[in-house]
Design a protein around this ligand. Structure first.
Ligand code: GAR
Length: 197
């Protein structure tokens, strides 16, 4: 039976779409749920248009009470009981307790060559650091932010005229190749690292 994948999003969901569109044919997984912390996230309508079940739990009423927010987030997740949870542009930090539930089954994509540039503004920081290479990483999620075993990376050469915006666009194109490729392998039981060049 195909592995059931829940995808957590906060924004436009271009990585989510790349994942959904990859899960066809002999792919070992299928999308079971797209879940957002923002009821207005454009990703939700895009997932719905693909026929995927969607849900949203607005994080704002919970303020700093992350445990209360996560208790609500768990409801739609437990309704579909996913085998794999993919964070795809999900911009809330999850507690260690929440992450521990999905230990070894939760993936994230991050727009840098981890362990470089954890957190936000990765493209600007890569330029400021004078990096000659930049890219994206897919990793298993652990309690520490943007940490955990790296399952795949895709890299590009930084050009002299690159800006944070051009880098963001070029890296996003790589993300759309890397994340589906890693998920396919992961869902099939292969956790060896994938490097796209
Ligand atoms: C992507 O670049 C993703 O790597 C990044 O947000 C963007 C979401 O775009 N994620 C993070 O920065 C997580 N810390 P998308 O909604 O079009 O997939």
């Amino acid at each position: 039976m195909a592995a059931r994948v829940a995808i957590l999003v906060s924004g436009g969901g271009s990585n989510m779409l790349a994942l959904i569109d990859s899960m066809t044919g002999d792919h070992p997984a299928r999308p079971a749920l797209v879940l957002s912390n923002d009821p207005a996230a454009p990703a939700l309508a895009r997932a719905q248009a693909r026929g995927v079940t969607v849900a949203a739990v607005d994080h704002r009423p919970y303020g700093a009470d992350r445990a209360a927010f996560e208790a609500q987030l768990l409801r739609p997740l437990m309704a579909v009981r996913p085998d794999i949870v993919c964070l795809a542009g999900f911009m809330r930090v999850l507690t260690g307790e929440f992450v521990a539930r999905w230990q070894g089954r939760m993936l994230n994509i991050h727009p840098s060559l981890l362990p470089l540039h954890k957190g936000l503004h990765t493209h600007r920081r890569a330029l400021q650091a004078g990096d000659t290479e930049h890219g994206c990483s897919v990793h298993e999620v652990t309690a520490a932010l943007d940490d955990g075993p790296i399952l795949g990376q895709a890299r590009l050469q930084v050009q002299p005229d690159d800006t944070a915006e051009t880098l963001a666009a070029r890296v996003l194109t790589l993300e759309h190749r890397l994340y589906p490729a890693v998920l396919r392998r992961f869902a099939g039981g292969d956790r060896t690292r994938l490097d796209l060049v």
